[in-house]
Design a protein around this ligand. Structure first.
Ligand SMILES: *[C@@H]1O[C@H](CO)[C@@H](O)[C@H](O)[C@H]1NC(C)=O
Ligand SMILES: *[C@@H]1O[C@H](CO)[C@@H](O)[C@H](O)[C@H]1NC(C)=O
Ligand SMILES: *[C@@H]1O[C@H](CO)[C@@H](O)[C@H](O)[C@H]1NC(C)=O
Ligand SMILES: *[C@@H]1O[C@H](CO)[C@@H](O)[C@H](O)[C@H]1NC(C)=O
Ligand SMILES: *[C@@H]1O[C@H](CO)[C@@H](O)[C@H](O)[C@H]1NC(C)=O
Length: 500
């Protein structure tokens, strides 16, 4: 308790100034800190119809004949062909000497039609057991995401994430994974970035399945995902945990929200913005209900709009008990920062208007090949402190962080090297002040299919030439630099890679 009070005091002092980089700090992370890299199934596997895999929403989205969904009219039919190149991926992981590899499982390889009574596909199980055994044989822990956006098409056709039955289908899928792979896997992430699944998939329509129903459907999608996570957590807890001794968490994404002006209203806007993004999912899973400010604002706006019920659904008593306290750890994906200010969002029903927060990015911040991704290292430092204070000091795993280069970029990637050195150093500063961060994960192991941006953006620390049939993975400067940081557990001798 004493420690917590001191921490809050420190946090208050810390957030009273404007964000800025403080000098690079020589030092190391706490002993036992874990280092890894990440990918996801649709973005790397290819083999889209191999060995009985069912179609998913990204297959449908990218195969659209008008080519209007993906920037370069590409798809993930082959991608990095990891479905057929396990040993190539293992080789680069081993070369980097990572502690763990975060990858995701394609639901429609395991259960091709997704549904609760649909058959399991043994070839899908075999593929992932092969991959996991190869990892373990090389001393690499599998850190497994159950769902990274590739909804089986049959599940989407039955209503997708806004439909409550999808929670039951996911729970059954989770049970199959624990039963078939839980002897080997000890770290499970149920969902990757529910915010993106719901907002981009069902609100703005930028991602598959491309629905544009911001006002209510986005919240219904979130509601189902929270229930699905709760069910998957309880199944592990009651049926598998005693024997398998693993842990179950979720990965949430948010930008850090920096008050645009240093006053009370802007600091409130910062908290409110984070509670509407990260808190939308974290608060129910830690505390059994939506963040009070979210409840209050959406309920009031719904009444003002003349509705007879809130656009934000509620959990009844039974569901509250199922979801409350269902995170063994919290995964954080973060890349950048917003400068936020209070606004009146009435007249814009949906997540963005409801929060009464607007954001902008400083034009002076270094840019990347992704328009949304500006380089703001201190944002990571402030964000993990905020999460640690907001949710009673949970263990935090940084499950994604990285930088985008353009399509024509080579293995010479000084700006990515710079990004990693600075962001990881800012994370280290937070851990040295006592924030319980357990792991850092670089996104991504290799260049891959960047969703609706196709192959126009490269997030990899290994270069992949997608026109070369051998799809050789070649280490970039950043892979070599990260290998050094990982092996040093930080920066005992300053930044290892001098890029100037
Ligand atoms: C969630 O669980 C905690 C701890 O048992 C309890 O204090 C809290 O009231 C629960 N939340 C809800 C909304 O019931
Ligand atoms: C509430 O409104 C919805 C849609 O406007 C309508 O379908 C429903 O019947 C109403 N429910 C009640 C209880 O009035
Ligand atoms: C990539 O293309 C951009 C814009 O056309 C150009 O400015 C840049 O020099 C190119 N980079 C490489 C490595 O060829
Ligand atoms: C990619 O591979 C193609 C086909 O082998 C080759 O022609 C091209 O030069 C390669 N590009 C790069 C940047 O290495
Ligand atoms: C960090 O380490 C480097 C290399 O050992 C050294 O040159 C530098 O002075 C150190 N910085 C500080 C602030 O001690």
């Amino acid at each position: 308790m004493q420690k917590f009070a001191t921490f809050l005091l420190f946090l208050a002092v810390w957030t009273s100034g404007h964000g800025q980089d403080t000098p690079f700090l020589n030092g190391t992370f706490p002993p036992g800190f874990l280092w890894g890299v990440a990918t996801s199934s649709y973005q790397i596997e290819g083999g889209w119809d191999q060995d009985g895999k069912g179609p998913n929403v990204w297959d449908t989205w990218t195969h659209d004949s008008t080519c209007s969904n993906v920037q370069d009219c590409s798809n993930g039919d082959v991608a990095c062909d990891s479905y057929n190149r396990i040993m190539q991926d293992i080789a680069i992981l081993k070369e980097m000497n990572v502690d763990f590899y975060r990858f995701s499982i394609a639901w429609s390889r395991i259960i091709p039609n997704g549904g609760i009574d649909e058959p399991v596909n043994p070839a899908g199980i075999r593929y992932y057991r092969h991959l996991i055994n190869a990892l373990l044989g090389n001393g690499i822990k599998p850190f497994v995401t159950m769902f990274h956006w590739d909804t089986p098409q049959a599940i989407e056709d039955a209503g997708g994430w806004p439909t409550e039955a999808t929670a039951q289908a996911f729970a059954r899928y989770a049970r199959v994974l624990y039963a078939e792979l839980g002897d080997l896997v000890k770290d499970w992430i149920t969902f990757n970035e529910p915010w993106v699944i719901c907002v981009l998939g069902y609100g703005t329509g930028v991602n598959a399945p491309g629905r544009t129903e911001m006002a209510e459907t986005v919240y219904q999608c979130g509601h189902t995902i929270i229930k699905a996570h709760g069910l998957a957590y309880r199944i592990y807890e009651t049926e598998f945990k005693d024997q398998q001794q693993g842990q179950v968490g979720i990965t949430l994404n948010t930008d850090w929200n920096e008050p645009d002006v240093d006053d009370a209203e802007h600091r409130d806007a910062s908290d409110r913005g984070l509670r509407f993004s990260f808190g939308w999912f974290a608060h129910p899973l830690y505390f059994g209900e939506y963040p009070p400010i979210m409840r209050e604002l959406v309920d009031q706006k719904s009444i003002n709009e003349g509705r007879n019920s809130s656009r934000l659904p509620s959990f009844d008593l039974l569901w509250t008990e199922i979801i409350n306290g269902t995170l063994d750890f919290i995964g954080l994906n973060t890349y950048t920062t917003q400068l936020v200010r209070p606004v009146n969002g009435d007249g814009n029903p949906g997540l963005f208007g409801d929060s009464n927060v607007a954001g902008r990015q400083d034009p002076a911040w270094e840019s990347s090949a992704a328009s949304w991704l500006k380089v703001v290292p201190w944002g990571l430092n402030k964000l993990v402190r905020w999460i640690y204070a907001e949710y009673n000091q949970p263990p935090i795993y940084v499950t994604e962080n990285g930088f985008a280069d353009p399509q024509n970029a080579t293995v010479n990637d000084p700006r990515r090297v710079n990004y990693y050195q600075q962001y990881i150093n800012e994370l280290m500063k937070a851990t040295l002040d006592g924030v319980d961060v357990k792991a850092y994960t670089a996104w991504s192991l290799m260049d891959n299919m960047e969703w609706s941006a196709g192959y126009t953006q490269r997030f990899g620390i290994h270069h992949v030439n997608f026109s070369d049939p051998s799809l050789t993975r070649v280490p970039k400067m950043s892979a070599i630099c990260l290998t050094q940081i990982f092996s040093d557990n930080g920066f005992p001798n300053g930044p290892p890679c001098n890029i100037n």
